[in-house]
Design a binder for this molecule. Sequence first.
Ligand code: ZN
Length: 196
Amino acid sequence: MATPPVPRRRYLRAVKPWLWWPLILMLMYWIAAWSWGQPFMAMPRTTWELARLPPPAALPVPVEGVRAARIADTFGAPRGKDRTHAGVDIFARRGTPVLSATRGIVVSVREGGLGGRQVWVLGPARERHYYAHLQDWQPGLQAGDVVGPGMQLGTVGTTGNARGTPPHLHYGIYGADGAYDPLPLLQAYALQASPR
Ligand SMILES: [Zn+2]
């Protein structure tokens, strides 16, 4: 015996609620795609983009007007009894602009410890860039800000354990394996900018 045919109307009633789903999914997709491009999504979008970038091979000196050739290689030099120098010191007149070396997201603007007034920037390949001993922060700078190379973060000073020393920026880069020497990157950038 053949099964009786399902009345057409009942079939439609059963299927109707499901017809909305493709439309709802398309709308959700469209809203997500649209908001990804909006200013309020700049931070998550930049975090995603930065994580996919390779670590930089060359970086500009993050203090205005200072040439890489003038920076002493003091990375790894002993500091006190149980520390080594985890960055380079870039000397300049007090108040000289400190500029972000990379594109990135400001993750911390704080004062304390050895670094004194400091800014931490999450940069390409999720490396963290540390700018310390600042005289002052750039007004309005706060965690969550998206910065580009050359954007001012603050000014050179002597805060933290730099008190009593000539004003300088302590600049450090922390990769997946900890701090490494930023100076070769600064020198590489100088070579690119003025090849001989
Ligand atoms: Zn230092």
